[in-house]
Design a protein around this ligand. Structure first.
Ligand code: CMP
Length: 147
């Protein structure tokens, strides 16, 4: 059964001109890019998107990073899309990715634990919430939240 996930190329990925390489790897891995939008997150939207991390020490820095330039947000579809996209991007820490997952997207374009160049939903619930956060008209199951 096909599944959808939300993928995002973060500001460092766009600034470093990795967009086309990331899309090539993504499509070659079997994903269909159903939707995409380039947008600039502001303080409020970034804080809402990352609400689950609001109490973490790294939150202010994360919001500064995520609002530092445009992001490219995509809805990806394939079987097992959520887990497979996280496999393809590699571990959160791009320095670790370079050692343990050298073929991963984060190994290709990430810098460190924070500036890791891409995002992927971590569960079906997150995928539904995150897809509805950016796209009003993509059916991804029950609507969890709106913006
Ligand atoms: P992501 O998993 O997409 O969503 C949460 C983000 O917070 C994560 O990517 C990193 O960009 C950032 N992050 C996670 N953990 C840390 C950390 N310990 N220090 C700094 N940034 C982090």
């Amino acid at each position: 059964e096909k599944e959808k996930t939300l993928a995002m190329i973060k500001p460092d990925g766009l600034l470093g001109n990795y967009t086309e390489r990331i899309k090539d790897v993504t499509v070659n891995y079997g994903f269909s890019i159903l939707r995409e939008i380039t947008t600039q997150l502001d303080q409020d939207s970034a804080s809402r998107f990352y609400a689950e991390h609001s109490s973490k020490r790294f939150f202010p820095s994360l919001i500064k990073y995520m609002t530092s330039g445009p992001v490219l947000v995509m809805v990806l579809e394939k079987e097992n899309a959520i887990a497979d996209w996280r496999t393809l991007i590699g571990p959160t820490d791009a320095n670790k990715a370079k050692i343990t997952n050298p073929n991963s997207i984060r190994a290709m374009c990430g810098q460190d634990l924070e500036k890791n160049c891409v995002h992927g939903s971590d569960s079906r619930l997150s995928a539904q919430r995150e897809i509805s956060f950016f796209f009003e008209d993509v059916s991804s199951g029950e609507r969890i939240t709106t913006h």
